[in-house]
Design a protein around this ligand. Sequence first.
Ligand SMILES: [Zn+2]
Length: 252
Amino acid sequence: MAVTGPAELLATWEAGLDRPGADRALLLHRAARPGADPGALLSAPLGERAADLFALRRTLFGDRMEVTLDCAAAGCGTALEFELDAGAQAARRPRLPEGGLRVAEDGWEARFRLPCPADLAAVAAARPADATAARRLLAARCALTAHRSGQEAAADDLARLPDAVLKRFAEAAEQADPGAELTLEIACPQCGAATPAELDIAAYLWTELDAWARDLLLDVHLLASAYGWSEPEILALSPLRRRYYLELCADG
Ligand SMILES: [Zn+2]
C-alpha cells in the first residue's frame, strides 16, 4: 500500500470533521486507495472496503488492534477487551462467484451482486419501515436478473421478493463476502455471558485518526513556536526527527 503522507492524512481528517460516518468512511477509503475514482469506491463490495481500511490501519498504526466494550448481560457491565490483527482482517476479501450470487427458491431464480456502500446509502435514504423492508430494498437493488416461474420479474415483483429469497441472498452474500460485517462473540470472564461485538473499521479508524491529528497539530504548534518553522516544514520531518526536536524543546 502506498503510504499517504501526514499532510494528506491531516486533509482527510479536516474534510471529515463535520461529516457523518458514511462520508468519513468514504474519505478513509480514498486515503487507502489514492487515485481511485470515488464512484468506484462507493460501488466496491462492503468487504472490499473493510479490507482496504484494515490495510490502511495496518500501514498507519500497525497490526495490533485493541477493542473494548462493556458486557451486555443485565447487571454485569464488566469492561471486556479483545484484540484483532489488522493484517489478517485485510486478507478477508470478497470472492464473488462467476455470474454473481445465484439464488433459486420459492419459484424464483435470481442472480445478485454483492452489496456496496452506495446501496446502504440508498436504502437508508428510502427510510424503510423496518429491517425486513430494508433487506427487501437492498436485495432489489442488488438483483442482476430475476425470474419468477420462468418469467422475467418486473420491478414491482422485485420490490416484493419473498422472505425465503431474501434469506438465501443474505446467506450467499455473507459466504461470498465474509468481511462485509465483523461480528464477534466476546465471553465475559466475570459472568460467562457472550456479548456480540460488531466492529465498524471505518469508525474505529476514524477515532484513531482523530487522536493522531490532534496530537500532530499540537506538535506543529510546539515546534513552530520554538523554531519558527512552517507547518509544511514540520510535517515534512520524519516522526523520529519530530519527536527528537520536541524532546530538545522540553529539555530546554
Ligand atoms: Zn458479564
